[in-house]
Design a protein around this ligand. Structure first.
Ligand code: GDP
Ligand code: IMO
Ligand code: MG
Length: 444
């Protein structure tokens, strides 16, 4: 049984942490496959909040195998802090395994990320400034430092020297920065090596063994489809591939190891950082969604931009990830609205209509959303635990999403708590029901 991929179907922060934690209950392992500590995945258990940046979202289950795969970029300073914090809160982290091939974020990556954004000025991407882009750039340039390198002083020093050489010019403004001293950097990273050595292993082989034994393995994505460096709103994207296909590369398995792909989407849309956002609400309603949804970044604390659900973009995410199920989160945030809008088409600068997500940057930047209006619901749905308990209008809203995207909805979030979930079709596992019909038409 199965390999299940969980990806963000929007611009990140869809609630992947909560959904992964829920699906992980019946899984044997959770593997993070890309991104780094630009991610912030929130899990709320018994009222206690955990914000995970590098740790896979299965870590709260004692003894569950939790893997940081080769496709992740690791800031070992952040990882050690996260381990200390979790241990301090009584979490058993013995199930952690780290790929020896994962690349490391170095102090110069952080400086370069800051400097790159400062140089772009008004055109900046609004990165999390965690060094993600420069680290992936070094990986592609074959100048990266990998987890296995911090276990050998000679190799580490040689590799850091080689990595620094071509960056001399761009690092010149930081020449006196103590963070860039070769000796102390090497010492610091060797210390991380000592601390993390017991977790470092061949994680691809570990994944094969689990899958070959018929175990359930979850591949946990970070960021979201529209932040994908190839398929997102380039250049306003991250530097990795958050789409489902990348799970294979970032964990070291093949396409035939994947059985299901869950896409996580809010019942509306948020985005942090710059870039196009056709359904953005820059008005009181947008403020209301931000306030009700607590839409402030888990990693940087920045206010998230908010907008109506964009079904054109969601259908694109459904196709590019070959989604087998949708998890719709934060439906509770929409309660109290008379009417809910969903974008079903874009209109371009010269009046052209777009039913599909435009591949061309200029078209997307000028795309105006066209909406369909759906009846809202007034009830507080935080206590709903089954489909039948949801108001008819909320069920119709979900049915419209499933119908438009062609993907059945597996679960619906009705609040931040772990128990605040409605499993669709009455199931409590990773096999969603068929695409639901609108509740109103089912009645008639
Ligand atoms: P991730 O990066 O995709 O894991 O998402 P984040 O953790 O960055 O942001 C999602 C936020 O929404 C977190 O604060 C969650 O606790 C919260 N959340 C998740 N699901 C729900 C839901 O169904 N309803 C509400 N109100 N909050 C939710
Ligand atoms: P999770 O996993 C939302 C955004 C940044 C910026 C762009 C590039 O919690 O969903 P980067 O630091 O990656 O070079 O920044 O990507 N971004 C995220 N937005 N959720 C995330 O992660 C994000 N990780 C990066 O805001 O726009
Ligand atoms: Mg997040």
């Amino acid at each position: 049984m199965p390999g299940i991929v969980i990806v963000g179907a929007q611009w990140g922060d869809e609630g992947k942490g909560k959904v992964t934690d829920l699906l992980a209950e019946t899984a044997d392992a959770v593997i993070r496959f890309q991104g780094g500590n630009n991610a912030g995945h929130t899990i709320i258990r018994d009222g206690e909040e955990f914000k995970l940046h590098l740790m896979p979202s299965g870590i709260l289950y004692p003894g569950k195998t939790c893997v940081i795969g080769n496709g992740v970029v690791i800031d070992p300073r952040v990882l050690c802090d996260e381990l200390d914090e979790l241990r301090g809160r009584g979490v058993d982290v013995d199930g952690l395994r780290i790929s020896a091939n994962a690349h490391l974020i170095m102090p110069y990556h952080l400086l370069l990320d800051h400097a790159g954004e400062a140089r772009l000025g008004r055109l900046q991407i609004g990165t999390t400034r965690r060094g993600i882009g420069p680290c992936y750039a070094d990986k592609a340039a074959r100048l990266g430092i990998r987890m296995q390198d911090v276990l050998d002083e000679k190799i580490l020093k040689k590799k850091i020297t080689a990595a620094l050489e071509p960056k001399r010019l761009s690092l010149r403004p930081f020449a006196k920065d103590p963070e860039l001293d070769l000796h102390s950097m090497t010492e610091e990273y060797l210390t991380y090596g000592h601390r993390l050595e017991r977790y470092i292993t061949d994680t691809a082989r570990l994944a094969w063994d689990l899958l070959d034994e018929g175990r359930n393995v979850i591949f946990e994505g970070a960021q979201g489809t529209l932040l994908d460096i190839d398929h997102g709103t380039y250049p306003f994207v991250t530097s990795s591939n958050p789409v489902a296909g990348a799970a294979c590369i970032g964990a070291g398995v093949g396409p035939r190891d994947i059985d299901e792909v869950w896409g996580v989407s809010k019942a509306y849309v948020t985005r942090v950082g710059a870039g196009p956002f056709p359904t953005e609400l820059e008005d009181e309603l947008g403020d209301r969604l931000r306030a009700r949804g607590g839409e402030y970044g888990t990693t940087t604390g920045r206010a998230r931009r908010t907008g109506w659900l964009d079904l054109v973009a969601l259908r694109y995410a459904a196709r590019i990830n070959s989604l087998t199920a949708l998890a719709i989160t934060k439906l509770d945030v929409l309660s109290g609205l008379d009417r809910i809008r969903v974008c079903t088409r874009y209109r371009g600068a010269e009046g052209a209509e777009f039913d599909h997500f435009p591949y061309h940057q200029s078209v997307l930047h000028h795309a105006a959303a066209e909406y369909e209006e759906i009846e809202g619901f007034a009830e507080d749905i935080g206590d709903c635990r089954s489909e039948e308990e949801l108001p008819t209008a909320a069920r119709d809203y979900l049915a419209r999403i499933a119908e438009f995207t062609g993907v059945p909805i597996g679960l619906v979030g009705v609040g931040p708590g772990r128990e605040q979930v409605v499993w669709m079709g009455g199931r409590r596992d990773a096999s969603p029901a068929e695409t639901p019909q609108p509740a109103s038409s089912a009645r008639s």
